[in-house]
Write a protein of this length. Structure first.
Length: 392
C-alpha cells in the first residue's frame, strides 16, 4: 500500500471516523499528505513522531487503544441486535486497514531523510480486540465510558472525573448491615432487574456519601458508572437520562446532601424524575441520594402555623418525595462499641502500631474533642495518629 492509498483510506474512514480527531492520527494524515512537497514532508513526519513519543513511543499500542475506545455507530448498536450487513462489512474492512496501519514503520515510507529515527511498533490484534469489546460492551463500555467510571454534569453534558475518590468498601467498617440492602439493590441493577431508587439518610459523618462512591468503585469493572448531579442541576436530568437510556452500561445518579425548602423548584423536578413523569426512568439507571433530613424538606414552625386551609394535604405533598425512594437506609453515628470497632479495623488496615487499651482511651478522648463519635471522626483519629500529628 503506497502513501497516497494509505492517506485516502485513512481519510475515508466511516465507522471509525472519530479517530481522525485524534492528534496523532491527524499528524500522520498530514505527514502522508506532505509527501512529495519538499521540506514539508520531513517536518510533518517529525510532528507525527513527537505525538507518538509523547504517548509512550509505540504507534501500534496507540492505535489499538484509540480503536478499542472508539465511540461509533457499530459499538452503540451492537447491544440491540445484529448489525446491518453493509455496516458490518464496513466495520470489518476498516478493522483490517487499521491493523495494517498499526504496523506502519518509518522505513515503510519513501523518501525519508536519514536524520529521522522512527517510532516503535508491536504485535497487536486490533480486529480481535474490537470484537471482544463489542461482545463485552455492557461491561467495558465505549468512548469516555470505557476510560472513566465517574462523571459530573457541566452545561448539560457529562464530564469525566479524572481522579475520583478511591474509597473502597473495606475502608468503611462498622456499617456492613446498613450496606447490605444497598449492595443487593445494586446487584439487581447490574443484572437488568427492577432496581429501586435509594435514599441514604442519617447523621453527618456516618459514611453515606462514602458508601455510594465505594459501591461505584467496587462495581466499575462490572459495568457500573457514577454520575454525580448537584441539586441545582436536577432540571437537566431528564435529557441526561434520555441520552443514557440506550447505553449498555448501568448508571448510579448520585445526589449528595439533598434537602429542599418548601418553595424549591427543584423539589418538583426530582419528584417527576423518581416517579410520575410521562417519560419514566430508564432501566439502566437508579438514583442514589444522601440526606441528613428524613423527609428531605426543611420545615419551620411558621410553615406549620401558616394560613394554608389544607395544611395536612400540603404536608403530605412535602413528605411524598422521600416516599418515592423505594429503599431508605438509615446511617446513625456509632455507639461506643461500634466506634471503637471502626477505629480498630482502620488501625489494623493501615498498620497503626498502638496497643488496644491506649488506642481506645485516646480514640474516646479524640471523639470528645471532635464533638462526638462518628465514622469520620474514627478515620480522622487513625490518620492523625499514623501521620504522627497526635502524640501520646
Amino acid at each position: 500500500m503506497d502513501v497516497r492509498e494509505r492517506r485516502a483510506r485513512l481519510g475515508a474512514l466511516a465507522v471509525f471516523r472519530d479517530l481522525l480527531r485524534d492528534p496523532a492520527v491527524r499528524a500522520l494524515d498530514a505527514a502522508l499528505g506532505a509527501w512529495g512537497r519538499g521540506d514539508r514532508y520531513p517536518r510533518r513526519l517529525g510532528a507525527f513522531e513527537a505525538e507518538v513519543f509523547a504517548r509512550g513511543g509505540d504507534w501500534s499500542r496507540i492505535l489499538l487503544e484509540l480503536t478499542a475506545r472508539s465511540e461509533n455507530v457499530c459499538i452503540r448498536q451492537c447491544g440491540n441486535g445484529p448489525l446491518d450487513r453493509s455496516l458490518l462489512s464496513a466495520l470489518e474492512e476498516e478493522l483490517r486497514f487499521l491493523q495494517d496501519l498499526s504496523q506502519l514503520r518509518l522505513e515503510d515510507l519513501p523518501d525519508v531523510p536519514e536524520y529521522l529515527t522512527g517510532w516503535n511498533t508491536s504485535a497487536v490484534d486490533i480486529p480481535g480486540e474490537y470484537r471482544r469489546r463489542m461482545e463485552q460492551v455492557h461491561v467495558l463500555g465505549y468512548g469516555m465510558f470505557a476510560r472513566f467510571h465517574a462523571f459530573t454534569v457541566k452545561d448539560g453534558r457529562l464530564v469525566p472525573v479524572k481522579h475520583p475518590d478511591p474509597q473502597r468498601l473495606e475502608e468503611l467498617p462498622g456499617y456492613e448491615r446498613e450496606r447490605e440492602p444497598i449492595l443487593t439493590n445494586t446487584e439487581v441493577l447490574l443484572s437488568g432487574g427492577p432496581a429501586n431508587n435509594v435514599l441514604l439518610y442519617g447523621d453527618a459523618g456516618a459514611g453515606k456519601s462514602s458508601t455510594v462512591k465505594a459501591i461505584a468503585n467496587e462495581y466499575a469493572d462490572r459495568g457500573l458508572r457514577l454520575v454525580e448531579v448537584k441539586k441545582h442541576q436536577l432540571y437537566e436530568l431528564p435529557d441526561l437520562l434520555d441520552d443514557l437510556a440506550e447505553n449498555p452500561l448501568k448508571f448510579l445518579i448520585f445526589i449528595d446532601d439533598l434537602s429542599f425548602t418548601v418553595n424549591d423548584d427543584n423539589f418538583a423536578a426530582l419528584k417527576a424524575i423518581l416517579e410520575g413523569s410521562a417519560g419514566g426512568r430508564a432501566g439502566n439507571t437508579a438514583v442514589y441520594a444522601t440526606s441528613n433530613r428524613r423527609h428531605l424538606i426543611k420545615e419551620t414552625l411558621s410553615d406549620r402555623e401558616g394560613d394554608d386551609i389544607h395544611a395536612g394535604d400540603t404536608r403530605q405533598e412535602l413528605m411524598s418525595l422521600a416516599a418515592r425512594f423505594g429503599l431508605t437506609v438509615t446511617f446513625q453515628n456509632p455507639d461506643r462499641d461500634r466506634y471503637l470497632y471502626i477505629v480498630a479495623r482502620l488501625a489494623e488496615r493501615c498498620g497503626l502500631d498502638m496497643g488496644e487499651p491506649e488506642r481506645s482511651v485516646r480514640a474516646e478522648a479524640f471523639a470528645i474533642r471532635a464533638g462526638g463519635r462518628s465514622a469520620r471522626v474514627a478515620k480522622q483519629f487513625v490518620e492523625l495518629c499514623r501521620g504522627g500529628v497526635l502524640h501520646s
